[in-house]
Design a protein around this ligand. Structure first.
Ligand code: ADP
Ligand code: MG
Length: 242
């Protein structure tokens, strides 16, 4: 099976400062890859670079679905099927989630009848234990931290990307909510074959998922590649000996 995402020698610099250095990773359709690393290691910078966000100087290649993304815009990447959840979701006063999602679907020429949209949205909100009216409220305004993270996942499930990059999607979730989200992510992957690139500190979110590869990032560099065993090692001993 060919790779859905191939990152080769990705570097990001700000002036003289190297933020990430020669990062390479790959993910096939339906796989789950995990990025772990200490605070400030460069994890979110990798996530943003794949989505085409950020104002750093980038070099290296990002190949998605067989094509070099080059200087493709964020919008072009989203249309190709890349989704990035925000580490700190922004409040969008005046705009309900439903309207944003319907506009996004229309922009992608995914015509969906209003009733089908509403039905799908209702199912997703229920699966995430969000209130049925969450889609009609202004996006992220007056939602709790955990609810904002769940709303990011609701957007993923509505937009049906090929690759979902989830950056600290579990921060702010209590133990039960994190367990539940792990199950929702597992079921969604089983149904859609979505590939996940998950940035996390919390192994609970990975509990239900089959983890195909683990990448440890330290000081902007790839320090180790492994499997679920490596996760356990990090949980027990931290990042010191890696
Ligand atoms: P992580 O997600 O692993 O905690 P980040 O990728 O957010 O780390 O950041 C890595 C480092 O790069 C941090 O020291 C951060 O301050 C720095 N950094 C990120 N973006 C920029 C930028 N646009 N300009 C300068 N430094 C940045
Ligand atoms: Mg981060």
């Amino acid at each position: 099976m060919t790779n859905l995402l191939e990152v080769q020698g990705l570097c990001a610099r700000s002036g003289d400062k190297t933020i990430i250095d020669s990062i390479s990773l790959n993910i096939k359709p339906g796989e789950t890859a995990v990025i772990l690393g200490p605070n400030g290691a460069g994890k979110s910078t990798i996530a943003r670079a794949i989505m085409g966000l950020g104002d750093l100087h980038y070099s290296g290649q990002i190949i998605f679905d067989g094509k070099d993304l080059g200087k493709a815009t964020i919008d072009a990447r989203a249309r190709k099927g890349i989704f990035l959840s925000f580490q700190s979701p922004v409040e969008i006063p005046g705009l309900p989630l439903n309207e944003i999602l319907r506009a996004a679907n229309e922009a992608r020429k995914k015509k969906m009848r209003l009733t089908d949209f509403q039905l799908k949205m209702a199912e997703i909100l229920e699966a995430l234990d969000l209130e049925p009216f969450a889609g009609t409220r202004e996006l992220n305004v007056n939602f709790s931290g955990g609810e904002k993270k769940k709303l990011e996942i609701a957007q993923m499930m509505m937009l049906e990307p090929k690759l979902a990059i989830l950056d600290e999607i579990d921060s702010g979730l209590d133990v039960d909510a994190a367990n539940k989200l792990s199950k929702v992510l597992f079921d969604y992957q089983k149904n859609t074959n979505v590939a996940y690139l998950i940035v996390t500190h919390n192994l609970r979110i990975l509990h239900k998922l089959k983890v195909d590869r683990v990448y440890i990032i330290k000081s902007g560099k790839l320090a180790a590649i492994g499997n679920k065993e490596l996760l356990k090692q990090v949980q027990e001993n931290g990042f010191k000996n890696i």
